[in-house]
Design a protein around this ligand. Structure first.
Ligand SMILES: [Cu+2]
Length: 139
């Protein structure tokens, strides 16, 4: 009994820590400990070049989580058969509405400032699950 309770308690602590970590959504890099994944992102793919591509499929972004250098132009192309959109989780400084992002549609924006830019498709996801992605801008 005792070991099970201890494990349960540890699990609760872990869950609480995770929930707190993903809640800030502030965009810019937080000053937290330098653990590589304190932003909660998995499988971030480093992409080289001044212009990189992300595909909007039905119903995922591929590659969902990317890392680029400041000044990189990110180009989203709707390669699915449905309308999608690209909406930032924080603010509205960039993004595209479904009317301009039907199948075959292309949207691009350039990220100059380092930070973590989370986004989602409001048709097939919410701000933190479903059709979501992130652009990590880092030197
Ligand atoms: Cu979508």
């Amino acid at each position: 009994m005792r070991p099970r309770l201890a494990a349960l308690f540890a699990g609760l602590l872990f869950a609480a820590a995770c929930g707190g970590g993903s809640g800030d959504g502030g965009g810019l890099t937080s000053g937290g400990p330098a653990d590589s994944n304190d932003d909660g992102l998995d499988d971030v793919v480093v992409m080289d070049g001044s212009e990189v591509q992300v595909s909007a499929l039905d119903n995922t972004f591929r590659v969902a989580d990317i890392q680029v250098k400041p000044g990189t132009k990110v180009v989203w192309e709707n390669k699915g058969r449905n309308d999608h959109d690209v909406l930032p989780v924080s603010g509205d400084a960039w993004g595209v509405q479904p009317e301009e992002f039907a199948p075959g549609g292309v949207y691009s924006t350039t990220f100059d400032e380092p930070g973590v830019y989370r986004y989602y498709c409001s048709i097939h996801g919410t701000t933190d699950e479903g059709m979501v992605g992130a652009v990590v801008v880092s030197d």
